[in-house]
Design a protein around this ligand. Sequence first.
Ligand code: ADE
Length: 233
Amino acid sequence: MTYHVMTLFPEMMDACLNESIIGRAVKAGHISLDLVNIREFADPGRKGRIDDYPFGGGAGMVMQAGPIDRAYESIRRGLDHDVRVIYVTPQGRVFDQAMAKELASEEDLVFLCGHYEGVDERILEKIVTDNVSIGDYVLTGGELPAMVMIDAISRNVPGVLTNAESGTEESFSDGLLEYPQYTRPADYQGMKVPEILLSGDHAKVAAWRREQSLMRTRQRRPDLLDKQKKACK
Ligand code: ADE
């Protein structure tokens, strides 16, 4: 999987995505990052400026179509197949685990990170296949949401997680939140680990964990259970 990211802040993404598990996956070649600096495609004579005043007036600046178009063309030239182009925007469909899994099967993905007050609508109409948001709040730019999505997608790319890391029982894998986890010591400041986890009875432990998952989901995210019920109907 190669992520091609059109951004004004490639250094910010480079610093974050070359650390920890994602950094390890890049080094191992399971995923790769192609960070494309939109500024390098600025109109001639604009000294790297890629924004301009909005037609019709109003506050803020708008990212121009041309530099984004040329940045995208530079990506396309290296590809011999169609590619999904994700515009990271609070106006998009809200990203979730199912989307992370689905996108993980793509060979290449293009992300467009917006900034300022917005992006010229014409380039969005021309190249974007998916408008995706990470939640109902507004951030100052698209880099953080793109990194959130890249992290969540990459966990589903084969080879990125070790067997030990890819616990199939994690939150959301079956539409439920994960059960509580404990490690040594068995007694921490008088707070004891549930007895059943020390019993060595695997079937009982599995049943207890399932029950905890259900309870936790009912308490903290009842909307997830409602969603499942609707899906079963
Ligand atoms: N850009 C600004 N806010 C955003 C959000 N919540 N999701 C995706 N992109 C954004």
